[in-house]
Design a protein around this ligand. Sequence first.
Ligand code: FES
Length: 103
Amino acid sequence: MAWTSVATLDELPAGRLLEVEHRGELYAVCNFDGEIRATSGRCPHHGGPLGQGALDGALITCPWHMWQFDSATGACAFNPDLRIPVYSVRVESGEILVDLPHA
Ligand code: FES
């Protein structure tokens, strides 16, 4: 794991969801009410690109078949036993840093 710059705060205003690719892996980064959150960008259903989906409140909706995941915990909205990975985030000087596994 290593802190990796993925975007600037200017690129991610409140309510926005962003897809980030880093070393061949996709991540979804969102701004829920001023809190930046980062999850895996691959849906566990059929691999849909979560970062290209929608942010509905705190929930990320997959664009392919509409499964939803909590952006804070990674839990699937209809099956909490199913989770996507979530990653630590910090913001420094307007830069969003995520502790990614493939640095
Ligand atoms: S691939 Fe995400 S809901 Fe089917």
